[in-house]
Write a protein that binds this ligand. Structure first.
Ligand code: CP
Length: 338
């Protein structure tokens, strides 16, 4: 897949070649400095949310307005209904419409469709297949943009790469620690998967700290190990927080579900994890090398990361949020001008 494919879908960051990724980040930097573009004049983009969003929805709507385009915002909870993703089903269940038909119809009206699909939340083996977004890709005549599926959050990874470069300059050889944090409302590992691959692709040394039972997706880890080898860097997983933070340039905090006990929120593994110390505080930050703190938000203060760290000059979380706008404008410009 690439930006020049027809239609060009953006489901994971790896859909961009190295050259295209550089183009997106270069244009994002120019847009942030105030360059004005109206590449989307007369174009409309559907934003379909099957789960809530604060940043993704707002930054994409504003990005479209600033590029001269028009967002069509559709919330599954209030504006339409569940859609069936599986083919050849007797559709006598909850969903009154198949993605095949919804995608064909919407392709007549809009120039791209961005989707944050629902997660069934019962089986990781099922959710990890990203069936809904893959069905949209299969049936849409216009580009599909992933606004966070079970497996990937490429829009977040784009903004995070821009933020990392702004803060650290050259990323080759810099150390990024992804730190699992405690939260009663964890997320899918989508952000962490995308950021891990983006950092390895940039030659960063990546460590992942998490409690026992919170390993990332097996297949994504296999891809990450291959990438680390290809980019002559390292990946260490399953570390404790303090060992992983030692010498790190960046700590990327995020809470994610145990994939071993996915869909069974009250199991012992999750209770056990909460007993440990999985909060990023000053003592963790001080183990690193002028460590910066990143987190995609929403963030639970003093549970995942302390106020002192979040309100310090080392926190990049608002820069990350700001860069969502610039990178998404850049991506939309380059994706839709084809
Ligand atoms: N980081 C992120 O995607 O935020 P939202 O869930 O608010 O969109």
């Amino acid at each position: 897949m690439s930006l020049s494919a027809n239609p060009a879908h953006f489901v994971r960051l790896e859909d961009l070649s190295d050259r295209e990724l550089e183009d997106v980040l270069d244009l994002a930097t120019r847009l942030k400095r105030g360059v004005s573009r109206t590449d989307l004049l007369g174009l409309s983009v559907g934003l379909l949310f099957f789960r809530p969003s604060l940043r993704t929805r707002t930054s994409l709507e504003v990005a479209l307005h600033q590029l001269g385009g028009h967002p069509v915002n559709l919330n599954a909870a209030s504006d339409f209904w569940e859609l069936e993703a599986r083919d050849a089903r007797l559709m006598d269940g909850v969903a009154p419409e198949h993605i095949k038909d919804a995608a064909a119809a919407l392709s007549c009206y809009v120039d791209a469709i961005a989707i944050r699909p629902a997660l069934a939340g019962k089986s990781w083996a099922v959710d990890r297949q990203d069936e809904q977004i893959q069905s949209w890709v299969q049936h849409s005549k216009v580009p599909i943009i992933n606004m966070e599926s079970a497996l990937w959050h490429p829009l977040q990874a784009l903004a995070d790469l821009m933020t990392l470069r702004e803060s650290l300059g050259e990323l080759q050889g810099k150390r990024l620690t992804i730190a699992w944090t405690q939260s009663p409302t964890p997320s899918s590992p989508a952000v962490v998967h995308s950021v891990m691959l983006a950092a390895l692709r940039s030659g960063m040394e990546v460590r992942v700290a998490h409690p026992t039972g919170y390993d990332l997706d097996d297949e994504v880890l296999r891809q990450a190990r291959e990438l680390a080898k290809a980019r002559h860097t390292t990946l260490d997983t399953g570390m404790d927080l303090r060992s992983a933070a030692e010498g790190s340039h960046v700590i990327y905090a995020r809470s994610w579900w145990s994939l071993q006990t996915y869909g069974k929120g009250s199991l012992a593994a999750q209770r056990g994890a909460r007993q440990g110390t999985w909060c990023v505080d000053d003592s963790v930050m001080e183990l690193g090398d002028q460590t910066r703190l990143m987190h995609p938000m929403p963030i639970r203060r003093n549970l995942e990361v302390t106020d002192r760290v979040l309100d310090s000059k080392h926190s990049l979380i608002i820069e990350q949020a700001a860069n969502r706008l610039h990178t998404q404008k850049s991506l939309l410009s380059l994706l839709l001008r084809h």
